[in-house]
Ligand binder design. Structure first.
Ligand code: SF4
Ligand code: SF4
Length: 424
């Protein structure tokens, strides 16, 4: 759908502003009751989902244009989808998140982008990674020294797709090797894409660079098809979302699981056993693209239909993504299975989780906003009394670590895999 196709939604939005809050019956305190990092940080309604509907309508009507400020507003959405979940609590016929991305796509098509975005996308086109400064030729260096099949040369059941962060970043490449080693030890037949491995480009889509996303996605889908893999396992929630939802829409038909789901299965059937106690009080952050946006893709083709020329609905009924079928239990099962570990929940969890701030490319394009968003989550984690904040996404982990270092928080930041290793 192009931006103009969202006009009926723009007109239907009732200005209730539920999209700024987690559902009222889930609010435990005023301090942690809001859900939209963008409107909270910039403190102006245009930054909310409601404001974005109004802004787009004004642009379509020709009463506003993509000035420098408007362009920044459009791209200052982390694509976290919290507004979408809250809106759908009472509405069945609006898609605020899809609309926010359509607005970004429209801006990008009119060359209204932020300077850093051009650099990031330039690197995606040239080096097939969105991590600045990294080269395609170095991508598989992370796997040096381990025995793992090149799935395009030798069949394997499971395709391990590490994603850009685990392929390049210090501290994460070693973890990627350890993941492969542990999965193999538990009996999994693992392969990697070797020379065909490249960025999933899910973040390009989140930033509104639709064409660049589709080019990369189609190449990756072709590589997966050739590989014959039955399952794709990834430790990155952005890659997970790209494969599970975006690639499925483009025709990928392979089971996609996040590593927490795979580990949870291995623990449940006794192939991984924890023996060492981990004496920590831990709280868990649900990554947006693993949690509320991690629901399986449901194919749908249809259009809007009016009943009695008044009530808007969809024909046939449209899939309702409201976050409840995201990946929430697997990481919690893992943490609860670790001996000695005390698990506590934050106030905003599961589909109502607060974003880490890294989504939509904001960690690179609007670092102060992104870091503030991470700091808010750290405050919420600290309020539980936990000494450790754990997540299951390298983007969340690095954004939290950056904010912690900036603000001097004492809480420790880990990926869930770090605790799994500690307990083996
Ligand atoms: S986007 Fe949804 S929740 Fe937000 S004001 Fe409009 S109808 Fe209400
Ligand atoms: S997707 Fe997230 S940041 Fe963007 S408007 Fe919705 S709640 Fe705010």
């Amino acid at each position: 759908m192009s931006l103009k196709d969202y006009r009926p939604m723009m007109e239907r939005c009732s200005n209730c502003l539920g999209c700024k809050w987690i559902p009222f019956d889930k609010i435990k305190s005023q301090r942690f009751g809001e859900n939209c990092p963008s409107v909270c940080y910039y403190n102006f309604n245009t930054y909310s989902a409601r404001g974005r509907f109004q802004l787009a309508q004004t642009i379509l009507d020709g009463d506003a244009e993509y000035t420098k400020k408007v362009t920044e507003v459009v791209h200052s959405c982390t694509s976290c989808g919290a507004c979408d979940v809250s809106c759908k609590i009472c509405r069945y016929n609006l898609e605020p998140l899809d609309h926010n991305i359509a607005l970004k796509i429209d801006a990008v098509e009119k060359a209204k982008t932020l300077p850093v975005q051009e650099t990031i996308i330039g690197n995606l086109k040239k080096e097939q990674t969105m991590i600045q400064g990294q080269k395609r030729i170095d991508r598989m260096n992370w796997a040096k020294g381990i025995k793992v099949k090149d799935i395009l040369l030798e069949k394997a059941e499971v395709l391990f797709f590490p994603g850009c962060k685990y392929s390049y970043e210090d501290g994460l490449t070693e973890k990627a090797r350890a993941m492969v080693f542990l999965l193999q030890k538990a009996g999994a037949d693992i392969g990697v894409l070797g020379k065909a491995d490249a960025c999933c480009a899910g973040r390009a889509y989140q930033m509104g660079f639709e064409k660049e996303f589709e080019q990369r996605a189609n190449a990756n889908i072709e590589a997966v098809r050739k590989s014959g893999a039955q399952v794709i396992v990834t430790p990155c929630s952005d890659c997970y979302y790209a494969f599970k939802r975006l690639y499925a829409k483009l025709g990928l038909n392979v089971e996609v699981v996040h590593i927490v789901e795979y580990l949870d299965r291995l623990i449940a059937n006794g192939k991984i056993q924890f023996v060492k106690p981990v004496q920590m009080t831990v709280t868990y952050h649900d990554p947006c693209h693993l949690g509320r946006q991690g629901e399986p893709y449901v194919a749908w083709e249809g259009g809007e239909k009016k009943i009695r020329n008044q009530i808007h609905t969809w024909d046939p009924p449209r899939p309702r993504y409201n976050g409840i079928y995201g990946v929430y239990d697997a990481p919690r099962n893992i943490l609860k299975a670790i001996p000695g570990l005390r698990f506590v929940e934050m106030e905003r969890i599961r589909e109502y989780s607060w974003c880490c701030g890294a989504g939509g490319g904001c960690s690179e394009t609007l670092p102060e906003f992104s870091s503030w968003t991470a700091a808010e989550r750290i405050s919420e984690a600290e309020a539980t009394g936990a000494d450790t904040l754990v997540t299951a996404c390298p983007w969340c982990e690095s954004n939290f670590a950056g904010a912690k270092n900036q603000n001097g928080n004492k809480i420790k930041i880990y990926d869930i895999f770090d605790l799994v290793r500690a307990a083996l």
